[in-house]
Design a protein around this ligand. Structure first.
Ligand SMILES: [Zn+2]
Length: 98
């Protein structure tokens, strides 16, 4: 990777981290207590996965239960109020399991 591309990749990484920090909820909008990051778990056959956002209204499928759109699915990150339990959800790639 050339130094220019490496510098651009570093700058994009810093911009992404900056965006994630400043868009993450710090205080609960309902009661003002602190929010903690988590995720909504999907238990499937023999697997535990992070829930994902899909565009459009859900449509039934005879074979799979629900049809999926062609577009890419986006992992959902969830913030939970430590006092009242209010949940705030964000669909962003950074919330994928690492
Ligand atoms: Zn709260």
């Amino acid at each position: 990777m050339s130094p220019v591309w490496r510098a651009l990749a570093v700058a994009l990484g810093m911009l992404s981290a900056f965006f994630a920090f400043y868009t993450a909820p710090q205080l609960c909008p309902k009661c003002g207590a602190g929010m903690e990051q988590g995720f909504v778990l999907d238990n499937t056959y023999g697997a535990r996965i992070v829930s994902q956002w899909a565009a459009g209204a859900p449509l039934k499928s005879f074979w799979t239960g629900t049809k999926l759109p062609d577009e890419k699915l986006v992992p959902i990150g969830t913030y939970r109020c430590s006092s009242c339990g209010f949940l705030e959800l964000y669909a962003r790639q950074e919330f994928a399991a690492k």
